[in-house]
Design a protein around this ligand. Structure first.
Ligand code: C5P
Length: 211
């Protein structure tokens, strides 16, 4: 049996990575797709006082439990199910729950730094970078963090200037160079997403060489 096709989807915060991943999953609903998001692998900060958690640089590669992420990716590749952590952005900690992820014909892995992390990147067969203009990303991020992640305006702005923007320029944006495909205009680019789905189907059926 062929090993699963590992597809990495990177891009800046609020670029539309999750939307691209969701649309690919929906288009491949007839295939077994295992999905892991790098966000679930943020280190658990439950032992740090809540006020201090807000000061952490969540955009640096060290903010992630990369050992567990690689371990889970390799387990899925070898056909084993995993228990993915469930992360709570409001408290910046892991919840007691985990979510079972079954192995699949395709493994989709999505996150800001999945192309930056060499051990993760080396496991991929297809590397995607989702691009979107910075002004649109910050507007989306502001709305999302205030509505869904328990933040206020001042915090989003200061976090963006202190951590998000410099780490984006230092780690995320440069990782674009590892991409096989760059999808402009984020998750709304139906043509690019359609082409990607077609290429993945080709690879899955063996019609297109995996190398
Ligand atoms: O979903 P998205 O790719 O935007 O998630 C990554 C972002 O989540 C990072 O830019 C990081 O600043 C943010 N984050 C946060 N608080 C946490 C963990 C991550 O604001 N506790």
């Amino acid at each position: 049996m062929a090993s699963p096709l590992v597809v990495g989807i990177a891009g800046g915060t609020a670029s539309g990575k999750t939307t691209v991943a969701r649309k690919v999953r929906e288009a491949l609903a007839d295939c077994r797709v295992a999905f892991i998001d790098q966000d679930s692998y943020y280190r658990d900060l439950k032992d740090l006082p809540l006020a201090d958690r807000r000061e952490v640089n969540f955009d640096h590669p060290d903010a992630f439990d990369r050992e567990l992420l690689v371990q889970h990716l390799q387990a899925l590749k070898s056909g084993q199910p995993i228990q993915k952590p469930v992360y709570d952005f409001v408290t910046s900690s892991r919840t007691p729950q985990t979510k079972k992820v079954d192995p699949g014909d395709i493994i989709l892995i999505e996150g800001i730094l999945v192309l930056h992390m060499k051990e993760v990147r080396d496991e991929m067969d297809v590397k995607i970078y989702v691009d979107a203009d910075d002004d649109l990303r910050i507007l989306r991020r502001l709305t999302r963090d205030i509505k869904d992640r328990g933040r206020d305006f001042d915090h989003v702005v200061s976090q963006y200037l202190r951590h998000v923007r410099p780490m984006h320029m230092g780690f995320v944006e440069p990782s674009k160079h590892f991409a096989d495909i760059i999808i402009p205009h984020g998750g709304n680019n139906e043509i690019a997403i359609g082409m990607l789905v077609g290429a993945l189907r080709g690879k899955l059926s063996g019609a297109v060489n995996r190398d």
